[in-house]
Design a protein around this ligand. Structure first.
Ligand SMILES: Nc1ccn([C@@H]2O[C@H](COP(=O)(O)OP(=O)(O)OP(=O)(O)O)[C@@H](O)[C@H]2O)c(=O)n1
Ligand SMILES: O=P(O)(O)OC[C@@H](O)[C@@H](O)[C@@H](O)CO
Length: 422
């Protein structure tokens, strides 16, 4: 949100410690993780089952390839150190171009192999190329064609993997699993209640997944589909299984591409809806404000203006967009003459938030705000629930606009770091 209103508080001239330096004594926002975590995104397949010539991970929605949505989901998680995207040799340049075009951070590309296990193994080896102390404690492995992954579940997988050595996402089976005879008849059926579908993300301590790939057989590399099995078979590590949300599904068939497209379009429509609604609501107030959903692309111009911002984080369960914005402000190294107001708009659509993150949120925004205040940036939070009741939603948005306008006008130090309820 940009305002031309002049600040009514004296500026705080002077050099401020960098955001990075301060972060060392601040837990990262959102879910806090105190050990290095890296990610391997296998994306070296051809997507034959979609029947398309373009591998499904490179199919575009709203001008952005599917894999870019997955990378974006991970780069928004502040406690993830780096990502390795594993693509077929012939797609290395394409993937490099996607990273540049969409300004992805913390990600590098390595060539894949003829099978998924070979690709994942290449990714794990790439994470181990540096000095021993640079290696991650935990490696999260996640199919690049599962774009709807949330920080709070990644947090659970990472914590369980650190404790147990391996952890994996599971979902209830929808259909019963049966074994067939060679002639195509029923041999026997499995008791469905005893089985689960193995999904992604999965997490492993670096040592476990590295050793598993060092010891597994050629047959595993050629025909295997389950990393958790390798950890058990070759490292004696029994993975902790965590039931994940239904959003973890894998894009496999053409119909899955259509489903992914409608979710992506729905999600961005939601962001636009909120931004539009806020724009209308604040327009009715006494302050000339613009609502900007992010500071990417042409919105980056706001970084260089003496302005106030609103950051619309649609259904974000973490503060990482605000962290990114504060880092961008830091990067432009602008002499902050007037207190900037940054408002984290937390639109929660799901009723439950994982306890680990919900409890961490107020503390996380306070932490972030304390660090930002040293840069003369005032961070406030407003939480609103995406109500399906149009009237209620309209009232919430108006309330948000009033609170926003007051925060920008008053710049109350007492409310800095608070999560206000609209
Ligand atoms: N040699 C391979 C094969 C698959 N994958 C990746 O593993 C994930 C899950 O595999 P799958 O859904 O089977 O993808 P494809 O192999 O591309 O699909 P298909 O079997 O239909 O060709 C995908 O992100 C895929 O790109 C990979 O990195 N390297
Ligand atoms: O078998 P595919 O290559 O289609 O997909 C890989 C899946 O098997 C895998 O992602 C999960 O089952 C978890 O291991």
């Amino acid at each position: 949100m940009q305002s031309d209103c002049e600040p009514d508080r004296p500026a705080h001239p002077g050099v401020f410690p960098t955001l990075e330096a301060r972060k060392s004594d601040h837990q990262p926002a959102g879910c806090s993780v105190d050990f290095p975590v890296s990610v391997v995104l296998p994306a070296g397949g051809t997507g034959e089952r979609t029947g398309l010539l373009t591998p499904k991970q490179f199919c575009s929605f709203l001008g952005r390839p599917l894999i870019s949505y997955t990378v974006q989901a991970f780069e928004r998680v502040p406690w993830i150190q780096c990502m390795v995207v594993v693509v077929a040799k012939e797609n290395v340049d394409l993937m490099t171009d996607i990273i540049q075009r969409f300004q992805h951070r913390k990600v590098r590309v390595v060539p894949g192999g003829s099978t998924r296990h070979r690709s994942i193994c290449n990714g794990v080896l790439a994470l181990g190329e540096g000095e021993e102390e640079e290696r991650p404690k935990v490696v999260i492995i996640h199919d690049a064609v599962r774009p709807f992954v949330e920080e709070d579940f990644l947090y659970k997988i990472a914590m369980a993997a650190k404790e147990q050595g391996a952890a994996g996402a599971i979902r209830p089976l929808v259909s019963t699993v049966i074994a067939t005879t060679q002639e195509g008849y029923l041999d026997h059926s499995l008791e469905r209640a005893k089985y689960r579908a193995s999904e992604m993300p999965q997490g492993f301590t670096y040592d476990v997944i590295y050793q598993a790939y060092q010891r597994c057989s050629e047959s595993d590399f050629e025909f295997g589909t389950e990393c958790l099995h390798l950890a058990l078979q070759y490292c004696g590590t029994n993975a902790k299984l965590l039931q994940g949300p239904p959003t973890l599904w894998k894009v496999t068939y053409k119909r899955d591409l259509a489903a992914a497209e409608s979710i992506i379009k729905g999600g961005s429509a939601q962001a636009v809806t909120l931004a539009d609604a806020l724009q209308k609501a604040v327009g009715a107030l006494d302050t000339e404000l613009d609502v900007i959903p992010d500071l990417k692309g042409e919105n980056a111009r706001y970084l260089l203006k003496e302005s106030n911002f609103i950051q619309v984080s649609v259904n974000g369960s973490s503060l990482s967009e605000v962290e990114t914005l504060l880092r961008d402000l830091e990067a432009v190294n602008r002499a902050v003459l007037h207190p900037l107001v940054v408002i984290w708009m937390h639109l929660s659509t799901s009723d439950e938030l994982s306890v680990s993150c919900r409890a961490a949120e107020p503390a996380a925004i306070m932490d972030l705000a304390s660090a930002a205040k040293l840069q003369n940036i005032l961070v406030y939070g407003i939480q609103l629930h995406q109500s399906k009741d149009a009237e209620l939603w309209e009232r919430s948005v108006l309330k948000v606009a009033e609170i926003t306008s007051a925060l920008i006008r008053e710049r109350s130090p007492a409310l800095v770091g608070q999560l206000l309820q609209a």
